[in-house]
Design a protein. Structure first.
Length: 310
């Protein structure tokens, strides 16, 4: 047993050194490309070129495609109980207003293309059942989120070159993230209820700005805290995670906006071929694109932090 652990530790050390070597090589090439472009176009801003080129090399060096696939699987397991819990919260907030409650639930579900095909029949039952499904959703969410958090913590350790945690480690932090996600989606459910009431009062413009502000500000805060809590190792400050949180917030808003066009069309085509289960393909495509954006945001923060310190 000890021999096997020693071999795994040795393999991990070799992989880490190889990634560091490739990262330094990518940085040198990025700096050379930036210098060449600056010499050809001296009046153009150029300081952003090298970081962008270096971030573009990170998916190959850090094998982000594998991490994105694992995170997609983890989020696929975590989102349904999360939505069910948010739906039960809405049942309390809009008690006695079944039409407004259903509209608010539809607002929450529509934020993720294809999600309706996964939780369509369960959502109304969650609104009616409230406490029972809320507890079940909470327990399922915490367990699923802990697995998702373990995968994300491992990926962030690779990206930031800090501490490489195993998939079984980080369950405690996963539970913390689970409570954070529960609080975030409970707040989202309440805000969706407020938006529904604004629309019922024929204040569509105010409801639109309310929704955009909540998604942008609330998403940024949630993503920033998630990055900071789940990045292993010492010496990484909250402000080091700001660039990645900003990038991921913009990407998230873009994905939810474009998702109404691109992913909805994908879901429709897949549904024609495979029936109801076809919607899951669009749901997974959206999750995969989101996980890629999450990892690219982390890579941006890691590259900029490393450049400042070197």
């Amino acid at each position: 047993m000890k021999t096997e652990q020693a071999e795994q530790a040795e393999v991990g050390t070799v992989e880490r050194r190889e990634r560091e070597r490739l990262s330094m090589l990518a940085r040198a090439r990025a700096n050379e490309r930036q210098d060449r472009l600056h010499q050809r176009f001296p009046r153009l801003p150029y300081r952003f070129i090298a970081p962008v080129v270096e971030v573009a090399a990170r998916p190959r060096i850090d094998d982000l495609a594998t991490h994105a696939g694992a995170l997609t699987y983890g989020s696929f397991l975590a989102l349904p109980p999360l939505i069910l819990f948010a739906s039960s919260v809405l049942g309390f907030v809009l008690a006695g207003h079944p039409q407004a409650s259903q509209q608010a639930v539809n607002e929450v579900v529509s934020m993720v293309p294809g999600l309706s095909s996964v939780v369509t029949t369960q959502v109304q039952a969650a609104v009616d059942g409230r406490v029972t499904l809320g507890v079940i959703g909470l327990l399922g969410l915490l367990w699923s989120a802990s697995g998702f958090a373990s995968r994300l913590r491992h990926a962030l350790g690779v990206i930031f070159r800090t501490e490489w945690t195993g998939l079984l480690a980080g369950r405690i932090w996963g539970s913390v993230l689970g409570f954070l996600m529960v609080a975030a989606f409970a707040a989202l459910a309440v805000f969706a209820g407020i938006e529904t009431r604004l629309q019922a009062q024929h204040r569509a413009t105010l409801a639109f700005f309310w929704q955009f502000g909540v998604c942008a500000v609330g998403g940024f805060v949630l993503f920033l805290i998630t990055y900071r809590l789940l990045t292993p190792g010492k010496g990484i400050r909250l402000r080091d995670q700001l660039p990645g949180a900003v990038l991921f917030t913009v990407a998230w808003l873009a994905l939810t906006a474009v998702g109404g066009l691109v992913f909805t069309k994908l879901i429709k085509n897949a549904t024609v071929l495979y029936g109801t289960i076809g919607g899951i393909f669009g749901f997974l495509a959206f999750l995969y694109a989101t996980m890629w954006s999450l990892l690219i945001g982390a890579a941006l923060s890691a590259v900029l932090m490393s450049r400042r310190r070197s």
